[in-house]
Design a protein around this ligand. Structure first.
Ligand SMILES: Nc1ncnc2c1ncn2[C@@H]1O[C@H](COP(=O)(O)OP(=O)(O)OP(=O)(O)O)[C@@H](O)[C@H]1O
Ligand SMILES: [Mg+2]
Length: 357
C-alpha cells in the first residue's frame, strides 16, 4: 500500500513546490439548473451551529460525518499524529490547517486507509473504518486527493478518469472475455467521466496524456477523478499548492460547488486567505494534536493557533490585519525569526497585505 506523507519543508511557501509545465486559463464557475440551485441553497444557507456545544479542540458536532478517537501514529520517536478526538461536520467545508509537519497529511493517510495507525478508531457515516483498505474506503464514499498529485502521466486524461470509477465488471478476468457483460457499464463510466471533464473544463484535454497537463490542471483532474465514485466526503490535501493564480478562482468555485451539491469537504491548506473565504469550520493541528477549532474568524484569533504558527511571537492577532503589520515589524527586527526564512506564516502576511491594500 503506498504511503504519501511528506517531511516538513521548512522555508517552503505554499504553492511553490509544483512545477507548472503549461499555461492555464481562467475558468468560470459551474452553471446550475433550477433544481440544482434549490438544493445548493439548502446547503449554502444552512447557518445552524456546527458544534453541538462550545467550539473547542475535539468538540462534538451537531451532525458529524466522520468521527475519530485516539488516533496515533509515530515515526521513530516523533508523534506524527496523536489526535484524541475530532469530528468533521456533514455538508460543510472544513479546513485543516497547521504549520509544516503538524501531521495533517499523516492524518489524511490514516483516515483513508493509506497508512495504519498504532491505535485509534474512526467511523465514517457510522461505519467502523479501522483496517479498511484505501480502495474500499473510496467505494464507501470517502475520497481524497494528494498533496503531490498522483495522476498517471502515461495514460490519457479520460483513462485517468475511468480508473476512478467503481464497479468495473470488465476487470474480472473471466468476464473481461465477454464484452456484452461489461460494455454497458463502460459506456456509463465514460459518460460520467465526460460530464465531469466538461464541468472541470478539461474536456478539450480528454485524449491528451495527463503528463502534458499543467500543475493546476492535474489538481483539477485529481479532483474530477475523485468525484467518479459519487463521494459523500471529499478530502483535499493542499488543493491550491502549485496552482497558477489564473486557476485559483475556478478551484475555489469547484470546492464551493461540492458543498452546494451536498458533499462534505475537508481540505488541508496553508493559504489563510482561501481558508477564511471558503471554510465554514477550521481545525488546527500542531505537533500531531488538534490544538484549536472553530469558525475561521474566531480560530485565527485563538492563542493556541498563534502559538502554533508563530512560536515565540505571541502578541499578534491573526484575525486582524493590524496584527499582521505588527508581526511584520517584529519579524524585521528579529534576525532569528523563522518567518524571515520564509516559514509558513510569510505567505499569510503577503496575502493579507494584498487583501487590505
Ligand atoms: N513516512 C514518514 N517517515 C518518517 N516520518 C514521517 C513520515 N511521514 C511523516 N513523517 C513525519 O510526521 C510528521 C508529520 O508529517 P506530515 O507530512 O503529516 O505533516 P503536514 O502537516 O502534512 O506537513 P506539511 O504542511 O509540510 O505538508 C513530520 O514530523 C514528518 O517528518
Ligand atoms: Mg502535508
Amino acid at each position: 500500500m503506498s504511503h504519501q506523507a511528506q517531511s516538513p519543508q521548512p522555508g517552503r511557501r505554499p504553492g511553490a513546490h509544483a512545477a507548472e509545465p503549461a499555461p492555464e486559463t481562467a475558468v468560470e464557475s459551474v452553471p446550475s439548473s433550477h433544481e440544482e440551485s434549490w438544493a445548493a441553497n439548502k446547503y449554502m444557507t444552512d447557518d445552524r451551529p456546527i458544534a453541538a456545544d462550545t467550539a473547542a479542540p475535539g468538540c462534538r458536532k451537531r451532525d458529524p460525518i466522520l468521527i475519530a478517537s485516539n488516533v496515533t501514529r509515530t515515526y521513530g520517536g516523533i508523534n506524527a499524529v496523536d489526535v484524541e478526538h475530532v469530528e468533521i461536520p456533514r455538508n460543510k467545508i472544513t479546513a485543516l490547517i497547521g504549520p509544516n509537519g503538524a501531521g495533517k497529511t499523516t492524518l489524511f493517510n490514516l483516515l483513508t486507509g493509506f497508512d495504519t495507525p498504532q491505535s485509534g478508531e474512526w467511523r465514517f457515516e457510522d461505519r467502523d473504518l479501522a483496517g479498511v483498505s484505501a480502495y474500499k474506503v473510496a467505494r464507501l464514499g470517502m475520497v481524497r486527493t494528494f498533496q503531490l498529485t498522483k495522476v498517471m502521466g502515461k495514460l490519457t486524461v479520460l483513462e485517468n478518469m475511468r480508473l476512478g470509477a467503481n464497479e468495473q465488471p470488465g476487470e474480472a478476468l473471466r468476464r473481461a472475455l465477454f464484452r456484452p457483460l461489461w460494455k454497458k457499464r463502460e459506456n456509463e463510466i465514460t459518460e460520467q467521466a465526460d460530464a465531469l471533464l466538461a464541468k472541470f473544463k478539461l474536456d478539450t484535454k480528454r485524449s491528451d496524456y495527463a503528463a502534458s497537463l499543467s500543475g493546476g490542471q492535474r489538481k483539477l483532474l485529481e479532483m474530477a477523478r475523485a468525484l467518479m465514485v459519487n463521494p459523500k466526503l471529499v478530502m483535499l490535501d493542499e488543493p491550491m499548492a502549485g496552482v497558477n493564480p489564473a486557476l485559483t478562482q475556478s478551484l475555489l468555485d469547484h470546492i464551493k460547488n461540492l458543498k452546494a451539491e451536498g458533499m462534505t469537504v475537508l481540505f488541508v491548506e496553508h493559504d489563510m486567505h482561501m481558508v477564511r473565504h471558503i471554510a465554514d469550520w477550521v481545525i488546527v493541528m500542531a505537533e500531531g494534536k488538534v490544538v484549536a477549532e472553530g469558525p475561521p474568524g474566531e480560530v485565527m484569533k485563538d492563542q493556541a493557533v498563534i502559538d502554533a504558527y508563530l512560536g515565540a511571537h505571541h502578541d499578534v492577532d491573526l484575525g486582524d490585519s493590524e496584527g499582521f503589520e505588527k508581526l511584520e515589524a517584529v519579524l524585521e527586527k528579529d534576525p532569528e525569526s523563522d518567518i524571515q526564512g520564509g516559514e509558513s506564516l510569510a505567505p499569510v502576511i503577503i496575502e493579507e497585505r494584498k487583501d487590505t491594500a
